[in-house]
Design a protein around this ligand. Structure first.
Ligand code: SAH
Length: 374
């Protein structure tokens, strides 16, 4: 290797070693309320203003500059130099919001993805990855079988999540109310965002003309409530596990909640919505869920369909940021025994479950809307 190659390899390694510092810095800034502080000052704020607004300890203001440097070089915040009064030299730095940090403005922003950040950059999500290599080597025969966990059974393997925490993900949400709340809030935040984009961009056509919709694994009903608001004639209901339904906020009043197990029974409706559900499960479980969906909806000629919101790996933009985000998301899902599927993976589970056709609509950035027909 040439000296240049050696040094570039060395640089690249450090760049990757410290990738987690980026997510941690982002979480820190969001917990401190920095995106909201910049937003309240009209989208541009100086360090001392941010420090005052987020109640920073006086002695830590210079440290805040270092945190902001990480987040500006990585493009989360913008930075510009304020011209100093009466001189040509540059004055204080002014920090601005970017399209990414605008989505982390809590409380007053149009969209707030901070609950998803809190969920994904959370010790429960992170600690399993310290044992990923051990999980790869673990002998399935010697492992404890997967417990019921809300009927998700059927998977022979123990997930990395279960190996670490002792319970599968959907059992954990029932046992640890705080973890369940963090997860439910994260999903609701994402659903408000995604549904807003779907309904705004004409993707709302997928819901037009329906008489009823059941959002299976619909969490606290954010997606169903968005459809009900946009299409008041569509009767919307949510099926989710008892521990989720019992904590649903009362304000989703135009949505009916049903506590149950999607592996057992799905209430009948013209269409089933599955957002961020099938990627949580392996192929056999997906086929089981989809068969239950097929039983719940009318035939194709009567408008029956399943609407899936998830990613189709490899579809859409080929830019590296898309490919990398999809690959990382898939590895994260692998930790709970889920899969992010390529088109052929989707097609296989659809046809195995007895569906006849599907349509992929890549209208959601790295995610897609997929309609599946009986
Ligand atoms: N669709 C929601 C939540 C996705 S997270 C959204 O995108 O915002 C997956 C959801 O599936 C969780 O709410 C979880 O409680 C639910 N779930 C998992 N196993 C289930 C089962 N067996 N029956 C019904 N819901 C289940």
């Amino acid at each position: 290797m040439s000296k240049e190659e050696l040094l570039h390899g060395h640089l690249e390694l450090y760049h990757h070693f410290f990738s987690y510092i980026k997510s941690m810095a982002l979480r820190c800034a969001t917990e401190l309320g920095i995106p909201a502080a910049i937003h309240r000052r009209g989208g541009a704020a100086m360090l001392r203003d941010i420090a005052a607004d987020v109640a920073l300890h006086q002695a830590k203001v210079s440290h805040l500059r270092r945190l902001m440097r990480v987040l500006t070089v990585s493009g989360i915040f913008g930075i510009k130099q304020q011209p100093a009064a009466g001189s040509s030299s540059s004055g204080e730095a002014v920090y601005t919001l970017t399209p990414a940090s605008r989505l982390l403005v809590s409380g007053c922003g149009e969209h707030d993805m901070s609950p998803m950040l809190r969920f994904l950059v959370h010790s429960t999500a992170l600690t399993p990855f310290f044992s990923l290599h051990a999980w790869f080597r673990a002998d399935e025969e010697e492992e404890e079988p997967v417990a019921g966990g809300g009927g998700g059974g059927g998977g022979a393997a123990t997930s990395l999540f279960e190996m670490t925490h002792g319970f599968p993900r959907w059992e954990m949400t029932g046992r640890d109310a705080a973890y369940g709340a963090v997860l439910n809030d994260a999903m609701a935040a994402d659903s408000r965002f995604v549904m807003d984009v779907v309904l705004r961009e004409g993707g709302g056509d997928v819901f037009r003309g329906l008489g009823s919709l059941v959002d299976v694994g619909g969490g606290h009903g954010a997606a169903a409530a968005a459809v009900a608001r946009a299409f008041p004639r569509v009767k919307c209901s949510v099926l989710d596990l008892p521990q989720v339904v019992s904590q649903a906020p009362p304000d989703a009043s135009d949505v009916r909640f049903v506590a149950g197990d999607m592996f057992e029974y799905i209430p009948p409706a013209d269409a089933v919505l599955l957002k961020y559900v099938l990627h949580c499960f392996g192929d056999d479980d997906c086929v089981k869920i989809l068969r239950r969906c097929k039983e719940a909806i009318p035939v194709r000629d009567s408008g029956g369909k399943v609407i899936i919101i998830n990613m189709v790996v490899g579809s859409g933009s080929q830019r590296n940021i898309f490919k990398e985000t999809q690959a990382l998301f898939d590895l994260y899902m692998m930790s709970i025994d889920g899969i992010e599927r390529e088109e052929k993976g989707w097609e296989m589970v659809f046809f195995k479950a007895g569906f006849s056709a599907y349509k992929i609509m890549p209208i959601l950035g790295f995610l897609s809307v997929i309609e599946v027909y009986p």
